[in-house]
Design a protein around this ligand. Structure first.
Ligand code: GAR
Length: 198
C-alpha cells in the first residue's frame, strides 16, 4: 500500500478513474488529498463523492508566489505522500514542489510526447494541432514532471489512431478513454519499480 495526492483543474475524469481503481482494489493505494487551482471544477465534486480531502490553492487564494508555493508545500507536509499525480492540472508546477518530491511527480498528457508538448500545448489545443498537422496517430503519455514542461522521462504511452474527419472533441474523447486505462496501470508499475509495493 502506498499513498498519492492528485492535482487537477478540470472535469476530473482521470482523477475519478484512479479512485475507481483504488476502490476496486486494482490500485493498492490510498488517495490522501486533491489540490485544485479552481474551486468550481468537476474534480472537487468527485473528491466529495469519494471522501478525499480537497485544497483550493491558486493565484486567487494566494496572490503572492511565495505564499502560493508555501501553501502547496504545507499540504504535502501535513499529508505526506509517496507520489503526486497531475490529472489535468493546467498550471506549471513550481520548482520548490518538484524539489520536494524528486522523480515522484507524474503527469498525464493527451499526446504522444515529445510531440505536441510544452508551453501552450494543453487540453483541446493539443488535439487541434494534431488534426491540423494531419497526424495519423496521437494518444496519451504518462511522464515524470521536471522543471521543463512535458520534458521528463516518459513512463508509458498508448497510440490512438486519428480518424478521417475527427473533430478535436472526438479525438479528445477517444484519447481520454485510453488515459483512464493507462494512468492507473503506469502508476502501479512505477510504484513497483520504486518498491513502494511488491
Ligand atoms: C486530459 O486529457 C489530460 O491529459 C489533459 O487534460 C485533460 C483532463 O481531463 N492534460 C493536459 O493537457 C496537461 N498538459 P480530466 O479533467 O477529465 O481528467
Amino acid at each position: 500500500m502506498f499513498s498519492f495526492g492528485v492535482m487537477a483543474s478540470g472535469g476530473g475524469s482521470n482523477f475519478k478513474a484512479l479512485l475507481e481503481k483504488v476502490q476496486d482494489g486494482s490500485l493498492r493505494a490510498k488517495c490522501s488529498f486533491l489540490i485544485v487551482n479552481n474551486g468550481d471544477c468537476g474534480a472537487v465534486q468527485i473528491a466529495k463523492e469519494f471522501g478525499v480531502p480537497t485544497f483550493h490553492i491558486s493565484g486567487k487564494t494566494h496572490p503572492k508566489q511565495l505564499e502560493y508555493e508555501e501553501a502547496l508545500l504545507g499540504v504535502l507536509s501535513n499529508h505526506p505522500v509517496d507520489l503526486l499525480l497531475l490529472a489535468g492540472y493546467m498550471k506549471k508546477i513550481p520548482d520548490s514542489l518538484i524539489q520536494a518530491l524528486p522523480e515522484r511527480i507524474l503527469n498525464i498528457h493527451p499526446a504522444l510526447l515529445p510531440k505536441y508538448g510544452g508551453k501552450g500545448f494543453w487540453g483541446m489545443n493539443v488535439h487541434r494541432a494534431v488534426i491540423e498537422n494531419h497526424e495519423k496517430q496521437s494518444g496519451p503519455t504518462v511522464h515524470l514532471v521536471t522543471s521543463e514542461i512535458d520534458k521528463g522521462r516518459i513512463l508509458a504511452q498508448t497510440p490512438v489512431p486519428v480518424l478521417e474527419g475527427d473533430s478535436p472533441e472526438e479525438l479528445a474523447a477517444r484519447i481520454l478513454q485510453q488515459e483512464h486505462r493507462l494512468y492507473w496501470k503506469t502508476v502501479l508499475d512505477y510504484a513497483k519499480t520504486l518498491k513502494l509495493i511488491l
